[in-house]
Design a protein. Structure first.
Length: 627
C-alpha cells in the first residue's frame, strides 16, 4: 500500500511528539479488594481485605532496532548529490519510538534518539560487542555509564557501538534545547482534517554536509546520557573516548560544490534530439539512416568475409511497417539489402538470432517451449485428418490454443519487456546516449516480432516445420506484442536519487501503466510504459520532502530560510543568517534558529512541530512533454 504522504492531494500535519501511554520499563500493579457488612454491632462477615501484586514489563528497543522500524532516510543511502543545504533525517514507522525512553530521566519530552553525522576523516569505526563487554567499558578506559539489563536481555546479546573523542563529540552533540527540536511527528491528512494514513516519527540531524565529502550518519542512543546541564561526559578529558550505542547508520556523498541538484540536473538533460541517433551527417544517405537510429557496425558474413552494415535496436522512432517473412527458417532471410548504399540492414536478423541464443541459454524454458510447440503442431495435424473432418462440430471446435506452460509465458512476457537483452543491442553506439541525456522511443514491433520468432525457432529445422508453424501464429498464442513506449536516461540523477518516482501520461493526460523501470547501470535507467507516452513526470519520493535551507542568492549572500504561515504558504519573512552551534563543523543551533523563527512569525508557542513546518522543503518534480 502506498504511503499516504505520497498522495499529492493530501496535506502534511506536524505534531510535537506522541508520548507513549507507558514508558519502557518495569511496572507493578497492586490490586486491593475489601469486603465488609454494615451491621453496626455484630457484622455477619468481618471486614476482610484481599490484596495481590503483579509485576509486568513494557519492553521496547534499547540496544538494537529492527530495520523494518525505519521507513526512510534522507539523503538516500549511497546517494551522490549536492546536499550542502539540507539537514539529514530519518523516518520511523512507529510514532512513539523516540519518546519510549528518555535522554534525561527528569525530562520526558526529550527524545532518546539522535542523529550524528561525521565526515570521512572523522568517522569512527563501528564495532560489535556483547552487552557484557559494554558493561565493562569503564575497565577499558572508555566512558559509558553503568546500566542494568532488563528482562529478556542477556550479557551475550550483541550491540553495535562507536567510540568518539570527547572534544569532537562535544562539538557535534545537540544541547538540551536543541535535542527537543530534533524529533517530531508527521501525518497526512485530508482537506477536512481526517488522518489518511500512518503516523510517523522523524529524527532530524543538526549538521550540514560539506562539499566533496563522504558523510556517515549514525542513529545513536542517548538514553540517560543527559542531565539538566547537558550531555554527561563523566568528567572525561578532551582526548578520552566516549562510547555510544548505534541503532542504525547510512552513508552518502556530497560532490564538489559546483555539482547541481536534482531539478538542475533534470532541466539540464540533453534531450535534443529526442530519440536515439548518431550526430547529423552531411551525406544525405547516411543522414537518412542516422535519423532513424541506425549505427554502422562490423559484420561477419557467412562466407567469412568482413564488412560493415547498418544496425538499429528496438528503441526506435515512430511506427515501422516493413513486411517480414515470419516465421523464418534462419536469420539470413531477415537481412535487408539497400541497393542505393550497397549495404545490408542487419537489425531484424540480429534480433532473430539474439532471441534464438537467449532461449537456448535457458535449458528449462527451451525444453518446455519445444514440447509445447510439438503439442500444438500435433493437435493441428490431427484436426486436418479425414477422420477429423467427420467428427461432431463440438469436437472440431476445440481450441488449438492450448495454453503455453506458465514458465514459458512468463519468459516471453519478460522478453517483450526486453528483459535480458544486452545493452549494446538497445544502444549500439555510446554517442547516441551521451552523459546527462534522455531519449524517448517507441518499441519497434517488427524488431520484437523477430526477437520472438528467433526464440520460437527452437525445433524448426525443416521447411515442413516452417509450414506447420506458419499456420499456428505462435506469437499471438503467447499474448501478442503490445504497444510500448518509454525513455532511457543516462545521468547522475540515477545514482543520486535511486527512489525517483516516474509517472507517464498519454495525450489526454491519463496515466498509462508502467511495465518496466530498471537501472541498467549506475547512471542508466530505462522505463517502459503500456501505451502512447505523451508526457513524463520525474519527482522525488516522499522521504525527499526534506529539511533544509535556501541557498545563497544575490539578495541573501549566505544560507537563509524563507518562512511559511500556519497553512504552509511561503511569506516574505526570512531568517537571513543561520545561527551556528559550531560553525567550523557546520553544526546548526536548532534552538536559536527556532527562536529567530518564532520572533518573525510571532507565535506564542514554537515547538518542534512548528519548527518542522518552517524547515520542510518540498519534493521537486520535472516534466517532459513530447512535441
Amino acid at each position: 500500500m502506498a504511503d499516504p504522504i505520497e498522495v499529492t492531494n493530501d496535506k502534511l500535519q506536524f505534531s510535537q511528539f506522541h508520548q507513549p501511554s507507558l514508558k519502557t520499563g518495569l511496572y507493578q500493579v497492586v490490586v486491593t479488594h475489601q469486603i465488609s457488612t454494615n451491621e453496626p454491632s455484630q457484622p455477619k462477615i468481618p471486614q476482610t481485605v484481599f490484596s495481590t501484586t503483579r509485576n509486568f514489563q513494557v519492553a521496547g528497543e534499547r540496544f538494537s532496532l529492527d530495520p523494518k522500524d525505519i521507513y526512510a532516510v534522507y539523503p538516500p543511502d549511497g546517494s551522490l548529490s549536492d546536499h550542502s543545504t539540507i539537514l539529514p533525517h530519518l523516518i520511523l514507522n512507529r510514532s512513539t519510538l523516540p519518546w519510549e525512553r528518555q535522554a534525561d530521566s527528569n525530562n520526558e519530552d526529550l527524545p532518546w534518539l539522535s542523529l550524528l553525522m561525521f565526515t570521512a576523516d572523522e568517522t569512527p569505526v563501528a564495532q560489535t560487542m556483547t552487552l557484557g563487554d559494554l558493561q565493562q567499558s569503564v575497565n577499558t578506559g572508555v566512558k559509558f555509564p553503568s546500566f542494568t539489563l532488563e528482562p529478556g536481555q542477556t550479557t551475550n546479546d550483541r550491540v553495535l557501538v562507536i567510540d568518539v573523542a570527547k572534544q569532537l563529540l562535544a562539538d557535534l552533540l545537540p544541547s538540551n534545547a536543541d535535542l527537543g527540536y530534533q524529533a517530531h511527528i508527521r501525518q497526512a491528512i485530508s482537506d477536512d482534517g481526517t488522518p489518511t494514513g500512518q503516523e510517523r516519527a522523524v529524527i532530524l540531524g543538526n549538521r550540514l554536509p560539506g562539499p566533496n565529502q563522504i558523510n556517515t550518519v549514525f542513529l545513536v542512543s542517548l538514553e540517560n546520557r543527559y542531565t539538566s546541564a547537558g550531555f554527561d561526559f563523566q568528567q572525561a578529558s578532551d582526548s578520552d573516548l566516549i562510547r555510544l550505542v548505534v541503532l542504525s547508520s547510512w552513508r552518502f556523498a556530497s560532490p564538489p560544490a559546483a555539482q547541481q541538484q536534482f531539478a538542475d540536473l533534470m532541466l539540464g538533460l540533453n534531450h535534443n534530439p529526442s530519440n536515439l541517433r548518431l550526430a547529423p551527417n552531411t551525406n544525405p544517405l547516411a543522414e537518412r539512416y542516422a535519423a532513424q537510429g541506425y549505427a554502422l557496425l562490423p559484420h561477419s558474413m557467412r562466407q567469412a568475409n568482413q564488412s560493415i552494415s547498418w544496425y538499429r535496436g528496438p528503441l526506435g522512432v515512430g511506427h515501422h511497417t516493413a513486411q517480414l517473412p515470419l516465421p523464418a527458417l534462419a536469420a539470413d532471410s531477415l537481412l535487408v539489402y539497400d541497393a542505393t548504399t550497397g549495404m545490408f540492414d542487419v537489425s531484424y536478423a540480429a534480433a532473430w538470432e539474439l532471441g534464438r541464443l537467449m532461449v537456448l541459454q535457458t535449458k528449462q524454458i527451451s525444453t518446455s517451449l519445444y514440447a509445447w510447440k510439438r503439442g500444438q503442431i500435433q493437435q493441428k495435424k490431427s484436426q486436418n485428418t479425414p477422420t477429423a473432418r467427420f467428427q461432431p462440430q463440438r469436437l472440431q471446435s476445440r481450441s488449438l490454443a492450448t495454453a503455453a506452460p506458465a514458465d514459458v509465458q512468463a519468459w516471453f512476457k519478460g522478453l517483450a519487456q526486453l528483459q535480458g537483452v544486452p545493452f549494446n543491442y538497445l544502444v549500439p553506439d555510446e554517442t547516441m546516449l551521451p552523459n546527462e541525456s534522455i531519449r524517448f522511443f517507441r518499441l519497434d514491433p517488427n524488431w520484437l516480432a523477430c526477437l520472438f520468432d528467433g526464440a520460437l525457432s527452437i525445433g524448426r529445422a525443416t521447411t515442413g516445420d516452417l509450414t506447420h508453424e506458419q499456420a499456428l501464429d505462435l506469437p499471438t498464442l503467447l499474448g501478442g506484442l503490445p504497444t510500448v513506449t518509454g525513455f532511457i536516461l543516462r545521468s547522475a540523477v540515477v545514482a543520486g536519487w535511486p527512489n525517483i518516482i516516474i509517472e507517464a501520461c498519454d495525450a489526454a493526460e491519463a496515466k498509462i501503466d508502467q511495465i518496466r523501470l530498471e537501472t541498467l547501470a549506475d547512471s542508466v535507467l530505462i522505463g517502459l510504459f503500456a501505451g502512447d507516452l505523451a508526457s513524463i513526470n520525474f519527482k522525488l519520493h516522499a522521504e525527499t520532502m526534506h529539511f533544509g535551507f535556501d541557498p545563497a542568492t544575490q539578495q541573501y549572500p549566505s544560507l537563509h530560510k524563507q518562512l511559511r504561515d500556519a497553512s504552509g504558504a511561503e511569506t516574505n519573512q526570512v531568517v537571513t543568517s543561520i545561527p551556528w552551534q559550531n560553525e567550523a563543523y557546520a553544526v546548526v543551533g536548532l534552538a536559536q534558529l527556532a527562536a529567530a523563527m518564532q520572533q518573525l512569525v510571532a507565535q506564542a508557542s514554537f515547538t518542534s512541530a512548528q519548527f518542522a513546518l518552517q524547515m520542510i522543503e518540498g519534493s521537486e518534480s520535472v516534466c517532459f512533454k513530447q512535441g
